[in-house]
Design a protein around this ligand. Structure first.
Ligand code: MN
Length: 366
């Protein structure tokens, strides 16, 4: 069963007359077509027993057909009223749809009002966001293969980045060098802005790559990922430049132990909360618990933040096909930050990472 058929079955079983799918990531997931339409309207309409259709800006229609989409696709021009046209096309399949499924997690209030205007009797109360999140959580072998390929390029990027590290060079320069190398190999898109943080700057886990220059005797944190056929990678490593003192070495060692312990413990049957605790306990016991200020990991796949969330309070039992990051960190303000991260997928016996760069403490330049 294709993902789209699966959603169609859900729509039928829940007595919905139509579903309005509007999140570009969901449309990509269900149809294989991705485009961010910005302010224009892009939607996938799904019905219990009629063919679905895509409604798109006219300039996207050819690209949609090229993906192999064989059901109807209707384009609209900028001066036309998209919702009047959607209503017209919907009524070709269902004369008066009452019960609608929508993605409440992403549909704007404004667009909901437009739908209500063209379908005044419609009830837009069924939220499909959790249904789609649930579908997306278990990855197929084909999706795993795409994630592995994205991971391979993240490993390549780290290698180039580590080799570019030099005292006096800025974080931004190192980021530019590794992204340039990726582009030379045809890898054009990063999963998110490449993060390189040197020394005390790495203690701000949500900071950005800056003009900060790399100095001797400090830790440098890398967090990056690449996109492959709509699937992403996400990896973090922290390396040494020059000679580290005992405290720098200690936070690295503790973070690594937490990461390896969690990666070892990740298998079917354990809960997300238990996995978070497995890593957190190690950091707590070493006395750095107050410096581990985020969850252990996030789900990933076609985006870098999906489900499952690996955190306290989430009693979800892990199952084969779930993909998420394992990324403990220790951030000591004014001193240093360490994060070590692999994204993995749960297998029958345990888990497999998408990235394979060594996690032993490495020093650069060599
Ligand atoms: Mn991550």
């Amino acid at each position: 069963m294709t993902k789209l058929t699966e959603l169609q079955t859900y729509v039928a079983q829940h007595q919905l007359d139509a579903a309005y799918i509007s999140d570009p990531m969901t449309i990509n997931y269900l149809t294989g077509f991705y485009s961010d339409p910005v302010e224009r309207v892009l939607a996938l309409l799904v019905f219990p027993d009629h063919a679905p259709f895509i409604f798109a800006p006219a300039l996207e229609v050819e690209a949609i057909k090229e993906t192999g989409w064989s059901d109807p696709v209707y384009g609209y021009l900028d001066h036309e009223d998209p919702f009047a046209l959607i209503a017209q096309h919907v009524k070709e399949s269902v004369t008066s749809p009452l019960h609608w499924g929508i993605e409440a997690g992403s549909l704007t209030v404004d667009r909901l009002h437009s739908l209500q205007q063209v379908f005044p009797d419609g009830q837009f109360t069924t939220n499909l966001t959790p249904v789609i999140e649930q579908m997306r959580m278990i990855k197929s072998p084909d999706e795993i293969a795409k994630l592995n390929e994205a991971g391979k390029w993240a490993d390549f990027a780290l290698k180039v980045g580590f080799e570019a590290v030099q005292v006096g060079k800025s974080e931004q320069e190192v980021a530019a060098e590794l992204e340039f190398a990726l582009k030379q190999h045809g890898v054009n898109q990063m999963s998110f802005d490449t993060l390189i943080q040197a020394g005390a700057h790495a203690a701000e886990p949500h900071g950005a790559t800056s003009a900060t220059k790399i100095e001797n005797n400090e830790l440098v944190l890398f967090d990056l990922g690449t996109v492959n056929e709509g699937y992403i990678s996400d990896v973090s490593r922290t390396i040494a430049v020059g000679q580290l003192n005992d405290r720098q070495k200690e936070i690295y060692r503790v973070c690594l132990e937490a990461q390896l312990t969690a990666q070892d413990a990740a298998k079917p049957g354990i809960t997300a909360a238990e996995l978070d605790a497995a890593a957190r306990k190690i950091i707590d016991h070493a006395g750095y618990g107050e410096y581990f200020i985020h969850r252990l990991g996030h789900g990933m796949g076609s985006s870098e933040h999906e489900f499952p969330s690996i955190m306290e309070g989430n009693d979800l039992v892990l199952e084969p096909g779930m993909c998420f990051s394992i990324e403990p960190g220790i951030y000591i303000p004014g001193f240093a930050g360490v994060r070590i991260e692999d994204c993995v997928h749960i297998t029958e016996e345990g888990c497999e990472p998408f990235t394979h760069t060594s996690k032993e403490l490495q020093t650069f330049p060599k």
